[in-house]
Ligand binder design. Structure first.
Ligand code: IPD
Ligand code: CA
Ligand code: CA
Ligand code: CA
Length: 270
């Protein structure tokens, strides 16, 4: 096992990686010559997505040569128990339209456990991070940090829910349950992407959920939400990280939301 001190070094490294990638992505944001391609799944990818992931990979191969890496644009490399998981730009659709809600997500997973998570959203002027056991923080750097906590909202009628898109709920077979849940909460917003989950950690949203989400979309978010006192599971209640779908709450509302989104909840419990 690795000492917590090493995790702190890894957290510092995540900040260093984010600092250099932020200048690269910011220089390309709103660039008139942005190169946009369409992926086989019909979503956009830009030269900035690829350059950001390449930059993180080349730095990691120098300073952490033994660690494995998984990134959205260039897949999986290396073996070993420690694996960095990178989404170079989360929110590419926003990025290509000039909307500032996009971020670089950097996570370190050790033997399947997410031990470091960092979300850097330079166009919003925001960064969130956590390492296992440190609590969760937001700020511009390690030195300029504010500790963050989830909300105390205890009832659905007072809760704020954020999601990314409606497609996917039908495929999961419970679009109706999701719509009914959005009717019963105080407020529903589609802040989307990383932002919904970081707002759960900050306490400004109480429930974030997504029927379709990849490991690289969520690995960095798990420690940020859980170290802020929240819970992060799959929509079926399994502890993360995982690929497929996600539910993050302030903890208090978690079981009630799982019950609402799984009409067969009693069967799931066995
Ligand atoms: C997307 C965002 C979005 C989610 C999609 C992802 P990208 O990531 O996280 O919220 O609904 O499934 O693919 O492509 O902008 O990194
Ligand atoms: Ca993408
Ligand atoms: Ca993503
Ligand atoms: Ca991405």
């Amino acid at each position: 096992t690795i000492e917590p001190q090493t995790y702190n070094d890894d957290l510092r490294l995540a900040h260093v990686l984010a600092d250099s990638v932020d200048s690269l992505t910011m220089a390309r944001f709103k660039a008139l010559d942005l190169e946009v391609e369409t992926k086989p799944d019909l979503t956009p990818v830009t030269d900035a997505d690829k350059a950001a992931e390449e930059s993180i990979r080349s730095q990691l191969s120098r300073v952490r040569p033994r660690d494995a890496v998984l990134g959205e644009e260039f897949g999986s490399t290396g073996h070993g128990t420690r694996r960095w998981i990178i989404d170079p730009i989360d929110g590419t659709k926003n990025f290509v339209r000039g909307v500032p809600v996009w971020a670089t997500l950097i996570a370190l997973v050790d033997e399947g456990r997410p031990v470091v998570g960092l979300v850097s959203a330079p166009a919003l002027g925001k960064r969130w991070w956590a390492a296992e056991g440190t609590g969760a923080y937001m700020g511009k750097s390690l030195a300029a940090a504010t500790r963050i906590r989830v909300s105390n909202v205890a009832e659905l009628k007072d809760a704020s829910l954020s999601y990314s898109s409606l497609s996917g709920w039908a495929e999961r077979g419970n679009r109706d349950e999701f719509i009914a849940l959005t009717d019963d909460v105080w407020r529903t917003r589609a802040y989307g992407d990383f932002w919904s989950y970081c707002m759960v950690a900050e306490g400004s949203v109480d429930i974030a959920c997504e029927p379709e989400l990849n490991l690289y979309d969520m690995a960095a978010l798990v420690p940020i939400v859980t170290e802020a006192g929240g819970r992060f599971t799959s929509l079926e209640g399994a502890d993360g990280p995982f690929g497929g779908n996600a539910l993050a709450t302030n903890s208090i509302l978690h079981t009630e939301v799982l019950q609402r989104l799984n009409p067969n909840w009693d069967d799931l419990l066995g």
